[in-house]
Ligand binder design. Structure first.
Ligand code: SF4
Length: 261
């Protein structure tokens, strides 16, 4: 049985998607490219997005996606606290991989003025800071889409140890093409595709997020040990909060769209 949604008479996929559990069973042993191709065939490009932090391992997933279809929309959460090196890396990867639709999403200015006028929320209440800078902007950005792809891996540990390849996320399908992949396989993708490293990787940053919440790690530490160091927090919330259903009133995202010239 084909896993792809039944095409409508217009040739476009319908809204009758296979259940996440069925897709997960079928894709458990599939390669990342096969997972992305199935996501694309099931939902169609207009209803599928990939969410990327343009961090130290992001180029691997983006390069696999670009091989399948470089025009799949890519959502990048520009929190206002990112390293300049990450913004430059985004631009490098757009050019290197010829990504055709990268959308940089910013937090709502009104919310920032109300809830974090002094830009100290990251220290006082990092969960609230991640909510207004990441979780809520992503919810607005995902409103037009019925599914999203992300780069979590089981080897990252913590909440990620048991992630499936496909899961239900509220009204959306969530695809984890790298769930089964190893750190060595990520390195092999970088090597084979000659992907440029994140500019901060050579300075000891194994995982890169926002500037105030990222520190260097030693090679024997967990990959994400440098994130929110010294705090109990290990996730920003975009993977632990379900995205809202269609029909939830959301303001349009404050977005800058990068398309090739
Ligand atoms: Fe704020 Fe830190 Fe979360 Fe970035 S990672 S949104 S600075 S708490």
């Amino acid at each position: 049985m084909s896993l792809l949604a039944n095409p409508s008479p217009s040739g476009r996929p319908t809204d009758h998607f296979p259940p996440a559990e069925e897709l997960d069973r079928a894709l458990r042993g599939s390669s990342p490219a096969e997972v992305i191709a199935t996501a694309l065939g099931t939902l169609g490009r207009e209803r599928l997005a990939l969410v990327s932090s343009f961090g130290t391992e992001s180029a691997a997933l983006l390069s696999v996606m670009a091989e399948v279809d470089p025009a799949i929309p890519v959502i990048f959460l520009d929190t206002g606290w990112l390293f300049e090196e990450t913004l430059a890396y985004r631009d490098t990867l757009i050019a290197t991989l010829r990504l055709r639709d990268v959308r940089s999403i910013r937090p709502a200015q009104e919310t920032l003025s109300l809830e974090d006028p002094e830009r100290e929320l990251w220290f006082a209440d990092p969960d609230a800071c991640c909510r207004i800078r990441k979780v809520e902007p992503l919810q607005r950005a995902l409103a037009p889409f019925r599914g999203w792809i992300n780069g979590r891996k089981r080897f990252q540990g913590g909440h990620r140890t048991a992630i499936p390849v496909v899961e239900q996320d509220g009204a959306r399908l969530k695809f984890n093409p790298f769930a089964n992949i190893s750190r060595e396989q990520i390195e092999a993708i970088y090597r084979l595709a000659r992907l440029p490293p994140h500019p901060l990787a050579a300075s000891g940053y194994l995982s890169v997020g926002c500037m105030p919440c990222t520190s260097r790690s030693s090679p024997d530490e967990d990959l994400r040990a440098g994130r929110w160091r010294g705090r109990p927090k290990t996730e920003c919330g975009i993977h632990t909060a379900k995205t809202p259903s269609d029909g939830v009133a959301v303001a349009p995202p404050d977005m800058i769209r990068y398309v090739p010239v």
